[in-house]
Write a protein that binds this ligand. Sequence first.
Ligand code: ADP
Ligand code: MG
Length: 723
Amino acid sequence: MSGNESRAEAVFQITNRKPASVSKPKSLKKTWATDVFTLERMEEALSKKAYKAIKNAVETGAAIDPATADVVAAAMKDWAMSKGANYFSHIFYPMTGASAEKHDGFIISDASGKAITEFTGSLLIKGEPDGSSFPNGSIRVTNAARGYTAWDPTSPAYIMHTDNGATLCIPCIFISWSGESLDKKVPLLRSNAAMNEAAQKVLKLMGEDDVATLNSSCGAEQEYFLVDANFANLRPDLVLAGRTLFGAPAAKGQEFDDHYFGAIPPRVQVYMQDVEDQLYRLGIPAKTRHNEVAPGQFEIAPYYEAANVAADHQQLLMTVLKNTAKKHGFVCLMHEKPFAGINGSGKHVNWSVGNSTQGNLLDPGKTPHENLNFLLFCGAVIRGVHLYGPLLRAVIASAGNDHRLGANEAPPAILSVYLGSQIEGVFDQIKKGKLDNADEGGIMDMGLSQILPFAKDAGDRNRTSPFAFTGNRFEFRAVGSDQSVTGPLIAMNTMLADSLNWIADELAKALKKNKDTTKAVITVLKKLMKEHEAAVFGGDGYSAEWHKEAKKRGLKNLPTTADALPYLKDKAIKALFESTGVLSPVELESRFEVYAEQYILSIAVEAKLVANMARTTIYPAATRYLSDLALAAASATEMGVDLDDTVAKNVGKNINGMMKAVAKLEKAMAKDNFKTEEAHMKFCAKDIRALMDEVRSFADALEADVADDMWPLPTYQEMLFIK
Ligand code: ADP
Ligand code: MG
């Protein structure tokens, strides 16, 4: 293999590469959150009064007055400059799912021309990036082009280092001049507030008199691929689209399951430790690391945090993963399906809600049938998944994730909820109007004296469910690896808020009729289950029977983004966001437009690349090889040898087939007379994608025939197995 000169050079570079220089491990105590302007740091630097104000804001979302902002800004600047930062940047999260930043210096000059530094409360509180080039859906068409960033004190500021400098980064919201959210953070904060308000009502009705502010929590498991940069940079598709648009399968794939949880390759482990060291400095609690199912695929999962902070940290984690990969000679691919034929990458979003007085409300404890608060919150989630399944599907819709969902390696594109046998058992009783007992997990005792017995979980796991209860949280498993976790968190918080509001009304009614709280809860949940049990499913989500059964139950199967995104315009979903105050109709509409545009653009880029690579890379290689074969046949005939021409004929056929498909694809790409965004998306999902696949099938067949030393693109075998 790797006879082609550039590929051979890449292999040579990899074989002879010097390990990246990394520092020896330091104790967690020395590194933890050293680059974060933490509450403790503020306590040291601020007056008691200012500190109390900021702490209150962080813990309850209360407002901060301008004088406090001035004091915080001054302390923040001093701290940042002591870490070598001369610049600060408002960090915000536009609707595209990316992170955005605009840097400003602390520097100003005084009347005498001397350079001094300044950072006031107003600079901390508000920025005005030239946001007009961020996608904004319809908002900017109807309103002024101005955009503001505004400080979010509930997510801590931090320092990002480069080799020769540092920048103070301040997490912010991003809004239009007219006050509409142009970002992902505002609706997340609003969804949290809506959930808190609804939860307070329910808990008060349940007789709780001390109820602290509720917050949602998120722990995200991030899957990614590492490919050596020497290979990746030889592939225009990886560079521009983040996935391979061509590539015949390697002789060996993931069939041996020998990579999953296998020993982490040393070069990768050095990389991971480098990543973790930076994450610790940034106060991100990286906790789990392991090999994933596909060769070249890995996972990192930080410990869970408050959803707003976790979401910002997740964005930062993706940035650190990508940037650090460069230093180690890798390219980190977060695309949902970088390689055909082997597993793609997802992001499991673990989510729960709780507070400091009632704890985690999705924790059933040892006796779930006695934990009425848990049952109400869990019931609220069931109702939410049933009513707003299409919303959950829409918020994870993207060009990349279309390759995963429903492809028998990832959860199906049908949204259902898995409860596990224990909790399902309790809800089965509720349906009959009872609440007697719950299965117990029991003790795992192997009868081996060396192995200590331990308490078993009360239910098994179900890897085929898109939305699973996993002991003390729900795990949304269908999220794409490249996506922001914010969309899913907003959807989950908002549907929970809506369900809790419904429960509060029903519970108030039931309690009026019957003072017995347990009986009232059973009444409410029985009604809830009667209407919404269709969303509960514990079987094999990959099976054909489930697809049939789901249809019978009225659950929607939305295989592509083109099918799912239009649900953002659905009446019920509009009403959900409007009634909870999370997104106004204009804000929701603009999200549909931005996501639809992103989808269409991503597929357009891929289609252009397919045509371009087929024409300028694969066609020349294949015809050169065909000409070699023709020459060889001619010389052989001269010598009186009759060469078999099967391969030559095959190559010729596939070249022609490929170029015909390219012509069809190019014609389809030129089409631009779409009546609606929906029609355009459908065309991308069905026609453009199918034509791209057609070109690919011929190209991959050529890869199997063309002489290895003439094949211009690094192969799957090289990219997945050479480290
Ligand atoms: P698995 O691969 O078994 O699903 P991991 O341990 O890799 O689990 O990741 C589970 C994630 O769920 C971690 O980020 C963990 O911190 C998070 N998590 C645990 N408990 C909660 C909770 N109550 N709320 C939200 N996330 C949680
Ligand atoms: Mg998981």
